[in-house]
Design a protein around this ligand. Structure first.
Ligand code: HEM
Length: 690
């Protein structure tokens, strides 16, 4: 018989005896004596079935996962508040828009759309931007995206769109990528996707940070005031840090450098007290304005240019607290566009109408019970009183006999309990006179939805030449991955309606002849350009919220590093030191520093600008280190500012760096250069853009 090994018992190997306040228990509250070993008949004998500690632990573990979201499965979230700047009482009776300075708690989840919960953060994809406002009148969810339009006009096409973009049905790939056959097959057959495709192929879908994205409610909603008057509204979130994107090669390399690039960035910014902030904007307009527009405000593939209806800034949102528990909060949060409060209402947008059904429905499947509204992250922060009862995982212990209404029994301390209120309760906008709709029951799209190309053209024409080149190149990249020979020509035939130049450039990039133009249901209009649609035309030159990587090695000049850290910090930026080894870097003054990242695992795509502070000896050593050469080469290729000591110049030369405005010394010039993130004039020298 094997000798019992006394050391292997929990009691002796772990410090669990003594004056502790906290002890492990089972879920039944039974204190656990040993959390290291299962119960066995003898040291090497069989495990006893009666070991309820083991069985309960494994049982719970076995059921830890829940279905991931059908779309937007990968997300990152944080808590914060919304603060109102001015009273909107003449426009809406919604309580959160009444009192300037008042704060409403929010929980915001950003997401990618196509990939699974474990996919990477930086594929080319639309980003979800979902805000739950816990108002005193109940929860309002503004479930938007970082793009103001959508692929389709009618919710009946949503399952088709999502099936087409997600991994293909037979092979189960690609994960989190639109560059594949089924997506482009669908796109080629659905001209209404044209406008959104322009956005999807633009730099909007490769954001630098979740903190640097705009957000949009997409649909036209209504605000309704106390007199029952309705005003149309389109919601906008404007990031304080400005909109900032990566370049495609950088986004691809970020997938390898850090799967959690955006999640980490959001978390670390909040931990560091650099709270992400957006302003809430509203485009407010009436029926007369809606009627004057050359497109339908109920069509989610259309936007209203800010130059036509200005965005009124009404408040700000600050995210100042990370979630305590990813599963309980970020995973279990359930947004639903149907969650509105009195004073906010829907329109007849057929995409919105489908969404009003879909979210609650899917959440029953994802969260497993009709009582998911009771989860702390979903529960309103105002009283919830009704006679809905029971159901799986009911957590409320309702008192009394009455579970029906009307009743004449005491409920919640009041005779008869809670009752409806026709004055303060939510009552839907009546619709008349301006929204009266009548007619035969038909499955039909209105003619006013039929122009699929004019706004796609407007978007393309609004971009800088460099942004246009990025769009064309993204299309070449994506269509080059399509193996169905008949699909790219069909896409090109559609694109000819958007822009002949764009179609010609993409055809050239693919090495294909330009096919005949596809017919357009309506003549394409030249709507002019809207500068607000361009990222580059509105780029903020700032180091706020940005990070500079400094490459150092033994012998690097301590004073230069110190000065850079101070001046970058003063400009609002953050510095991370990168070195061939993490610990014990001996600087010129013999002081030692610890780096923030080891060179091989900290490529330059993780930074907004870089500096190379090396001694002659350090440079000589790193000239033979491919990670160092690549570090500089990528920073240059990703159009970033590069500052370098004179001794480091040979490394820059080896990396192919050619001097331009973005290549500086390590002094003041660098801080100014680093505030500008893109040196796009460099790009034509570096890669062939379509
Ligand atoms: C303007 C168009 C749309 C926008 C802006 C949008 C936005 C979003 C966002 C941000 C999320 C993630 C919410 C979260 O973080 O938990 C989401 C999830 C989802 N969306 Fe949409 N969506 C749109 C269209 C649609 C349509 C048309 C449908 C269906 C008819 C739909 C069905 C869903 C479903 C089922 C989920 C998963 C919800 C969950 O499991 O909690 N979406 N959408």
């Amino acid at each position: 018989m094997a000798k019992q090994n006394k050391k292997s018992t929990g009691g002796e190997t772990h410090q669990t005896v003594g004056n502790r306040n906290a002890y492990l228990t089972t879920n039944q509250g039974i204190r656990v004596s040993d959390n290291q070993n299962s119960l066995k008949a003898g040291a090497r004998g069989p495990v006893a079935l009666e070991d309820f500690v083991l069985r309960e632990k494994i049982f719970h573990f076995d059921h830890e996962r829940i279905p991931e979201r059908i779309v937007h499965a990968r997300g990152s979230a944080a808590h914060g508040f919304f603060e109102l700047y001015e009273s909107l009482d003449s426009i809406t009776k919604a309580d959160l828009f009444q009192r300037p300075g008042e704060q409403t708690p929010v929980f915001v989840r950003f997401s990618t759309v196509a990939g699974g919960a474990g996919s990477v953060d930086t594929p080319r994809d639309v980003r979800g931007f979902a805000v739950k406002f816990y108002t005193q009148q109940g929860n309002w969810d503004l479930v938007g995206n970082n793009i103001p339009v959508f692929f389709i006009q009618d919710a009946i096409k949503f399952p088709d769109l999502v099936h087409a973009v997600k991994m293909e049905a037979d092979r189960g790939y690609p994960q989190a990528a639109s560059a594949h056959d089924t997506f482009w097959d669908f796109v080629s057959l659905m001209p209404e996707t044209s406008h959104m495709i322009m956005w999807a192929m633009s730099d909007r879908t490769i954001p630098r940070s979740l903190r640097m994205m705009e957000g949009f409610g997409v649909h036209t909603f209504r605000l309704v005031n106390a007199k029952g008057k309705s005003t149309f509204v389109k919601f906008h979130w404007k990031p304080k840090l400005g909109v900032q994107s990566t370049v495609w090669d950088e986004a691809l390399k970020l997938q390898a450098a850090d799967n959690d690039y955006h999640r980490r960035d959001l978390h670390e910014a909040i931990e560091a007290g650099q709270f992400p902030e957006w302003e809430l904007g509203m485009q407010l307009f009436d029926q007369k304005t809606a009627d004057s527009l050359p497109y339908d405000v109920l069509d989610a593939t259309k936007l209203i240019p800010e130059e036509v209806v200005p965005v009124r800034i009404v408040g700000r949102m600050v995210l100042n607290r990370n979630a305590d528990n990813f599963f309980a909060e970020t995973e279990q949060v359930a947004y639903c566009p149907a969650n509105v409060v009195p004073g906010i209402d829907f329109t007849n947008d057929p995409l919105l109408q489908g969404r009003l059904f879909s979210y609650l429905d899917t959440q029953k499947s994802r969260l497993g019970t009709a009582n998911f509204h009771q989860l702390p992250i979903n529960a309103p922060k105002c009283p919830v009183m009704n006679f809905q009862r029971d159901g799986m995982m009911q957590t409320e212990v309702f008192k009394g006999r009455a579970n029906y209404e009307p009743n004449s029994l005491p409920v919640a301390g009041e005779e008869g309990g809670p009752r409806e209120c026709p004055v303060t309760g939510f009552s839907s906008f009546r619709g008349r006179p301006e929204a009266e709709e009548q007619g035969d029951k038909l499955r039909i799209r209105p003619d006013s939805f039929a122009d699929h190309y004019s706004q796609a053209r407007m978007f393309f024409e609004s971009q800088t030449p460099n942004e246009q080149a990025h769009i064309a190149s993204a299309m070449v990249f994506e269509l080059s991955k399509v193996t169905l020979a008949h699909v790219p020509p069909r896409v090109l035939a559609n694109f000819r309606n958007v822009s002949e130049t764009l179609a010609a450039r993409v055809a050239k990039g693919l090495g294909l002849p330009l096919p005949p133009k596809s017919p357009s249901a309506q003549p394409v209009k030249d709507l002019g350009a809207s500068d607000a649609l361009s990222i580059q035309k509105n780029m903020k030159e700032t180091l706020q919220g940005r990070c500079v990587g400094i490459l150092i090695a033994d012998g690097s000049d301590a004073a230069t590093i110190d000065k850079m850290i101070k001046s970058i910090g003063k400009a609002g930026g953050q510095v991370k030191l990168v070195a061939p080894r993490l610990n014990g870097i001996v600087l010129s003054d013999k002081s030692t520093v610890k780096a923030d990242g080891q060179l091989a695992g900290t490529p330059s795509q993780l930074f907004d600008a870089v500096a190379v502070v090396l001694s002659q000896k350090g440079t000589e050593m790193l000239l033979n280190e491919s990670a160092a050469v690549q570090w500089v080469m990528d920073a240059y290729g990703h159009l970033k500012a590069i500052g370098a000591t004179p001794e480091a110049q040979p490394l820059l030369e080896k990396a192919g760096v050619v001097k331009d405005d973005g290549v500086t010394d390590t002094g003041k010039a660098f801080v100014a250069a680093a505030a500008k993130r893109f040196y796009d004039t460099r790009e034509s020298r570096l890669r062939t853009l379509a």
